[in-house]
Design a protein around this ligand. Structure first.
Ligand SMILES: *[C@@H]1O[C@H](CO)[C@@H](O)[C@H](O)[C@H]1NC(C)=O
Ligand SMILES: *[C@@H]1O[C@H](CO)[C@@H](O)[C@H](O)[C@H]1NC(C)=O
Length: 359
């Protein structure tokens, strides 16, 4: 059985390697803390600091937002106005459904079919922000994010996104120069990730949303981009926690369905779920091993029932060959063929008979 066990372990290892490989980016995201590219608070000037003037401003002064039409719902008006009021010298563009479609049709016709084919409107709202950042550059801000201070210090980086909990990056506030390699890659890969998953929430998250962006980001970082290609990370404290943070968060995301609660619950309990995962994997492993053992046993029974060995040596004198035979036969099989030796007559005997005479 030793060879059987080895094959069993090898096959399982292969399957496990395949599974781990296919989700390796997701797994590595779990432990990614973005520290290498974090925008450190020490390098960010305070809201009224004279140091702000001394920093370069390479990201264009444009604020992008998206909504289906020009009528912004009451809940978001204050947040939106706070950004407009703080940045009178910035260009402000609201990307409505109609304007977005026209822009894609004119500038990125290869994407139009995908863009119009998206099942959920939020997928269009997600993808259009990557395209306008790649095309015009500027700063994208979700409608539920209000501005707490001017964005000027953040214009110093070629591109920035913000950190999110428990892992990865978000797509609700981000900035970039035009044609930044990261956002070019993002728009390039959108079509490839346009797949449907069981839950709408996962479909949205993984086709255009934060999970999609996080996976692309994680893979992008493995190529060790040059300074100009780097994507810096705005950490949570600088995002919206303090009086000197850049944004204020207003209401929650409008598009979260029921399955979102499930995902959030899973996110909060991922330690427990990982532990349960290991237990389930263990149980499945034991069941597989048991099943494998049964199948081998059945096969062996079958083989031994129909394989008769000629009696070449007299049983009484055959102590050493029979011991060899016994050694070659797995313990289980010796017991299995026990019942059959009575029926055997003539010049042939089952291999087991040699065994029993020996005893
Ligand atoms: C910065 O200056 C503005 C007006 O000049 C003032 O309203 C604001 O409170 C100041 N912010 C801080 C953090 O000192
Ligand atoms: C925008 O959409 C809302 C809700 O669908 C609708 O009530 C409103 O009239 C629309 N506004 C314009 C300008 O079409």
């Amino acid at each position: 059985m030793r060879r059987g066990l080895l094959i069993f372990i090898l096959v399982n290892l292969l399957i496990l390697t395949f599974l781990v490989r296919s989700v390796s980016t997701l797994l590595s995201l779990l432990v990614e803390d973005a520290a290498a590219d974090a925008i450190h608070r020490a390098e960010l000037p305070s809201p009224n600091s004279s140091l702000i003037e001394t920093r370069p401003q390479i990201i264009p002064k444009i604020i992008h937002q998206t909504y289906k039409n020009e009528t912004i719902p009451e809940v978001w008006r204050e947040a939106r106005q706070s950004c407009i009021d703080l940045h009178p010298d910035y260009e402000y563009i609201l990307w409505t459904d109609e304007k977005s479609r026209d822009f894609i049709a004119a500038e990125y016709p290869w994407f139009l079919a995908t863009f119009e084919g998206y099942k959920y409107p939020i997928q269009r709202a997600d993808s259009i922000r990557y395209f306008v950042l790649a095309h015009y550059g500027g700063t994208y801000i979700d409608l539920d994010d209000g501005c707490n201070r001017r964005l000027d210090p953040l214009l110093a980086y070629p591109a920035w996104v913000r950190r999110t909990v428990p892992t990865g990056i978000s797509n609700d506030a981000m900035g970039s120069v035009p044609q930044h390699p990261f956002f070019l890659r993002v728009i390039e890969l959108l079509q490839q990730y346009d797949r449907k998953w069981v839950l709408p929430y996962i479909t949205v998250m993984y086709s255009t949303g934060p999970l999609f962006l996080s996976v692309i980001w994680k893979e992008y970082m493995q190529d060790k981009p040059s300074e100009a290609g780097r994507v810096r990370i705005l950490m949570l404290d600088e995002y919206n926690k303090f009086s000197w943070s850049f944004f204020t968060h207003h209401t929650g995301n409008s598009w979260h369905g029921k399955d979102a609660h499930l995902i959030f619950w899973m996110g909060q309990h991922w330690m427990l779920l990982t532990f349960l995962g290991f237990i389930v994997a263990g149980v499945v492993g034991i069941c597989l091993w048991w099943t494998y053992g049964r199948i081998m046993l059945l096969g062996a029974r079958y083989r031994y029932r129909y394989t008769k060995v000629p009696t070449i040596i007299s049983p009484r004198l055959s102590s050493s060959p029979s011991r060899r035979a016994r050694r070659m036969m797995p313990t289980l099989l010796r017991r299995v063929s026990f019942k059959e030796d009575e029926e055997v007559g003539g010049t042939t005997e089952t291999s087991y008979e040699l065994d029993r005479h020996d005893d």
